[in-house]
Design a protein. Structure first.
Length: 307
């Protein structure tokens, strides 16, 4: 009987800490402290890719933090999304405050508490999602949005980015090769630009190494503001005179999942473009990226005193 209860306990309780391997805990107190207990820092890779927004990270990608992220991403330790999301939420908060301060007077943060912050995760490739059984960055973003709402900051996930072509495995590629590998690889899904006009856009990811993924995501978001017009007889989204989608075929499944975890979004028809934090949307409805936030970044990227 004792052995039976032991086996049942192994099924019901976490096996070991994702950071250090301590038994029977998702993440021990010490590893939680390393992950989210330190100060959030602005990070900048060397070389810095063109178009990279301001990026803030909660921790260095090393030791326990690296082990925790890999356990969540590669070994399916999904319960780690909670503490990882809390760490990401802290980086988002600091990034928004930094962006608001840089924008100067007249930019309230966080828009008087009325406009939701839009967390836009950098997507994994379809092959990687199938192999892992989940999209790590999206799952962490959902947890971060929940944490931000608990802190009193309206936030939701806008999973609008898609990979429009296959890319090579980034492992083993240097910064220049990663930029070339990802160039033009991401696109905003049809109707996504309309969603992005609902609030300040913050790009999020689990890890930043060279910054190539975040730079490409930034390009894709900005490109969605002025999509190409279709030729006569072409099928697909219909673009209006402002260059934005006039027909939206429905919500993305990510936005539906976000509603299921507690977000409530009023749907009263198309909203006019408006000014929000740090120039996220200008009067012409042009979408921009306020900042980016990651759980962890390479240790070298924390050395940003290189003016």
């Amino acid at each position: 009987m004792r052995g039976w209860w032991q086996d049942l306990g192994d099924l019901m309780l976490p096996g070991e800490c994702g950071g250090c391997g301590a038994p029977r805990t998702v993440l021990c107190a010490r590893c939680r402290g390393v992950l989210g207990g330190g100060a959030v820092h602005r990070v900048r890779p060397v070389p810095e890719p063109p178009g990279l927004p301001r990026v803030h990270a909660a921790a260095r990608y090393a030791d326990e933090v690296r082990a925790t992220l890999l356990a969540h991403k590669e070994r399916g330790a999904l319960a780690l999304a909670g503490p990882l999301g809390a760490a990401l939420a802290g980086a988002v908060c600091v990034g928004l405050r930094d962006a608001s301060a840089s924008a100067g007077a007249g930019m309230a943060w966080p828009a008087g508490g009325r406009v939701p912050v839009l967390l836009v995760p950098v997507p994994s490739g379809r092959r990687a999602v199938r192999a892992r059984g989940h999209d790590p960055a999206r799952r962490i973003a959902l947890a971060a949005a929940g944490e931000l709402r608990r802190r009193g900051l309206p936030a939701r996930v806008a999973g609008v980015l898609r990979q429009r072509r296959a890319v090579a495995d980034q492992a083993g590629l240097n910064s220049r090769q990663r930029l070339a590998n990802l160039a033009g690889a991401l696109v905003v899904a049809p109707g996504g630009a309309r969603l992005l006009r609902d609030g300040p856009v913050v790009l999020v990811d689990d890890v930043m190494t060279t910054g190539a993924s975040l730079a490409e995501a930034t390009r894709a978001v900005r490109a969605a503001s002025h999509p190409p017009r279709p030729s006569p007889g072409a099928t697909g989204p219909i673009w209006n005179d402002a260059g934005t989608s006039a027909v939206y075929g429905g919500e993305t499944w990510e936005s539906r999942e976000e509603q299921n975890v507690g977000s409530r979004r009023e749907r009263t028809g198309r909203r006019p473009a408006r000014q929000v934090n740090a120039g996220a949307v200008d009067v012409d409805g042009v979408v921009d990226v306020v900042c980016a936030a990651v759980v962890a970044a390479s240790p070298d990227s924390f050395e940003i005193n290189r003016n």
